[in-house]
Design a protein around this ligand. Structure first.
Ligand SMILES: [Zn+2]
Length: 186
């Protein structure tokens, strides 16, 4: 069985947000439409889940002088508008929302928890062996989620048209890295 895993589609990662990616809103709308599409119906996802960057006090992950590699402007502060799901996804009936990064940087959705349960455990206990991944940002949290998914022995596909990068060139390099690690790019 296959699940759809939507990574960090949050207003702070979209134009107007504190850590915007250029295609963020576009990708959010595409994903919002995809969930109800014939393609998604045909794929017959056993579950649709999302991850959220959800910072309370993540230490050096935030900086007033960010390097945009290891440190970043403040973003996705828990319970703020910028940390909510993007409005284009608010009608999606997610089976679970995995929050990550409360007290430290957490790029991979597999570091997130929902009601105390990790993503890998939740997926396995739902009988899921394969995941399709889309979201933000291709070169950071999508990349980390895909690589961790492979390490956790899930079959992983990346829905490349529905991913948005911080840096498009770095995003393309990240996709190549994911493919080399065993993910299927579709
Ligand atoms: Zn973060």
């Amino acid at each position: 069985m296959r699940a759809l895993v939507i990574v960090d589609v949050q207003p702070d990662f979209c134009p107007g947000g504190s850590l915007a990616t250029e295609r963020g809103d576009h990708v959010a709308r595409l994903i919002g439409g995809f969930v109800d599409s014939d393609v998604a119906q045909a794929t017959n996802y056993a579950a649709v889940v999302a991850t959220q960057d959800w910072h309370i006090d993540p230490g050096s992950h935030f900086s007033d002088e960010p390097d945009f590699v290891d440190s970043w402007p403040r973003h996705c502060v828990a319970h703020t508008e910028g940390a909510e799901l993007h409005p284009a996804l608010r009608d999606v009936d997610f089976d679970a929302l995995f929050k990550k990064g409360q007290y430290e940087a957490a790029y991979s959705g597999f570091e997130g928890t929902f009601e105390g349960e990790s993503l890998a455990h939740w997926l396995r206990s739902s009988g899921i062996t394969a995941i399709d991944v889309a979201g933000i940002a291709t070169d950071f949290c999508v990349r980390a989620t895909v690589l961790d998914g492979l390490k956790e022995n899930f079959e992983v596909r990346v829905l490349t048209g529905m991913c948005s990068a911080v840096d498009p060139q770095r995003g393309d390099a990240a996709l190549a890295e994911m493919e080399a690690a065993g993910a299927q790019l579709i």
